[in-house]
Design a binder for this molecule. Sequence first.
Ligand SMILES: Nc1ncnc2c1ncn2[C@@H]1O[C@H](COP(=O)(O)OP(=O)(O)OP(=O)(O)O)[C@@H](O)[C@H]1O
Ligand SMILES: [Mg+2]
Length: 250
Amino acid sequence: MTKDLFMTITSSLIEKRDKKEITQNEFKETYEKLRKERDKEELLEMEIEWKAERLKRLLKNSDLGSRFQTRTFKNFKTDKHNESIYEKCFQFAKHFEEIKTTGKGLLFIGNVGTGKTHLAAAIANYIIKEYILLVKFGSVTSLLNEIKNTYESSSEETELQVIKELSNVDLLVIDDLGKEKASEWSNSVIYTIINNRYEGYKPLIVTTNLKIEELEKKLGEAVVSRLIEMCDGIKMDGIDYRKVKLIKEV
Ligand SMILES: Nc1ncnc2c1ncn2[C@@H]1O[C@H](COP(=O)(O)OP(=O)(O)OP(=O)(O)O)[C@@H](O)[C@H]1O
Ligand SMILES: [Mg+2]
């Protein structure tokens, strides 16, 4: 009930009472009922507003950005090669409330353009929108840069704060693991975040172009061993969707 409607009905009630068409008791009873109804709806409106506000903030903090906010399950096209993968990802997102304390995640491995990032972003978007949960999404390079930026004297955040956030969000998506320029520093940061999440049973989604042995070579066995324990592997070896798009456009 809108405020205006509430006022109109109340005015007409008062008029009826004044004209003695209804008794004072009848007036009070009806007015109380109306007021309760209005309060209930006001609370609901506040809740909707609060949720929308929180959703806006969660999407901004997730770092999905405008490109990846558009990658959803709805615009992921399925064929016989990726149908079961799509279903597995959708079930993961749908049951995330139960999964989120088990520390079980997904590791997408495969060639370029096969939809790894699209599906990872679709899961992230679904979880933020359906469950209003904290998600962080970033390429490994951008996550490392976020930490590097804290070394600037003007930075408002400390390295520890960023690492803590990446270790504790309900879901962390690390896109393109292995694409970073490896150094002792980058490997130690990646190990710390993955190990923190491993110890805290916090799910992780990783996408990569590298094979397991290549990841081991680049990041060390300790990281990869944890990833294997934490994540269900998903092999994506379909066609390069970018090329398909190009051919359609030409
Ligand atoms: N099945 C699909 N349906 C619709 N769009 C798709 C599908 N697969 C991929 N795409 C689109 O193709 C482009 C490339 O996909 P994506 O970025 O997910 O590939 P990727 O496997 O992560 O590649 P890379 O290894 O290069 O990071 C994106 O624009 C994505 O939205
Ligand atoms: Mg990708």
